[in-house]
Design a binder for this molecule. Structure first.
Ligand SMILES: C[S@@+](CC[C@H](N)C(=O)[O-])C[C@H]1O[C@@H](n2cnc3c(N)ncnc32)[C@H](O)[C@@H]1O
Length: 303
């Protein structure tokens, strides 16, 4: 496994928590944000720069997460409906409230494996995985935000873990060699990556033949009006960059993966008060009748 890292330049955006999401101004911020985004769509470089800035703030404690209890994500619309703190290997310091599933629970991890955690954050899933793969195995966390990598490394150091390493790098161009990883995991990250095709191709490239991935992510189903996606973003985060469920699964298959399936899925409710701000009565009714929904899914597939 190469430890050479790409030197990153500040790039682009798909905000997990847009301005206003995580403070009391969310309701007022909703309408202007929809207009602004619609007029000038961000470039991929804008998206990554915003994502990096946001997660740097979260890592150093200057911003709250998308889903902390004091802000927009109430218990009703929490992204992580499952209690991770009951999972063996869970480290509270590494849980910044940023996940949307339990990928390690469905990843079929085995002792001795090499596991790659994409967008590892402060190490939440990497630390659970390292307990399962044991001293014979190895976990590698990758994140493009230096402050997150620093936090994860500090956590690993203070816990005395020596089978887990964290690297700075971009999922769209990973600093790892071909065919070197047994399992790729990820928790609520790929929705933030502007070029998902590149991300899926990179996942395929670094996995060894027969290796597999298990990722938790946010997708939507049905026709989801842009205004709803953008407004929902202000409330639950991680929605603006989400793909339609079928297109997401199809893109994974196009990248070369087989046996692609959703092993866990859950609807994330967009509260009525949010819809009232952006849609008229007829549009709301049409949306409800259409069966459209924002989902948290955990997806599995094999190389
Ligand atoms: C929603 S947080 C999830 C963190 C962690 N998986 C968890 O559940 O606590 C998203 C993380 O992905 C990282 N990230 C986003 N886009 C990335 C990319 N293109 N390459 C590498 N990391 C990325 C961010 O820096 C951030 O730490």
């Amino acid at each position: 496994m190469s430890t050479e890292l790409n030197v990153l330049t500040p790039e682009e955006t798909a905000p997990c928590c847009s301005p206003g999401c995580c403070d009391d101004t969310a309701a007022e911020a909703a309408a202007p944000a929809v207009e602004a985004v619609a007029e000038t769509p961000p470039t991929n470089a804008d998206i990554k720069a915003t994502v990096r800035e946001k997660y740097a703030q979260i890592a150093v404690g200057a911003a709250s997460s998308c889903c902390d209890s004091s802000t927009c994500c109430t218990d009703d619309i929490s992204m992580i409906g499952d209690a991770y703190d009951e999972v063996e290997g869970y480290v509270a310091e590494a849980d910044l409230g940023l996940g949307c599933g339990l990928p390690t629970e469905y990843a079929n991890l085995q002792a001795g494996q090499t596991v790659l955690d994409l967008g590892a954050g402060a190490g939440l899933d990497a630390f659970v995985a390292r307990r399962i793969v044991g001293e014979e195995g190895r976990v590698i966390g990758l994140d493009m935000t230096q402050e997150m990598v620093d936090k994860a490394r500090a956590n690993a150091r203070s816990l005395g873990y020596d089978n887990v390493d964290f690297y700075l790098g971009d999922i769209e161009a990973m600093p790892f060699e071909d065919d070197t990883v047994d399992v790729v995991i990820s928790n609520c990250v790929l929705n933030l990556v502007p070029d998902k095709k590149a991300a899926f191709a990179e996942m395929y490239r670094v996995l060894r033949p027969g290796g597999h991935f298990c990722v938790s992510d946010v997708v939507y189903q049905g026709e989801m009006p842009e205004a709803v996606k953008r407004s929902a973003e202000l409330y639950v985060g991680c929605v603006a960059g989400a793909m339609e469920r079928g297109a997401y699964l199809g893109a994974l298959q196009e990248a070369g993966f087989s046996d692609v399936e959703v092993v866990k899925g859950r609807v994330i409710d967009v509260p009525d008060e949010v819809l009232h701000q952006i849609l008229g009565p007829a549009e709301r009714e049409a949306l409800r009748a259409s069966g459209s929904a924002i989902l948290s899914v955990t997806v599995y597939g094999v190389k």
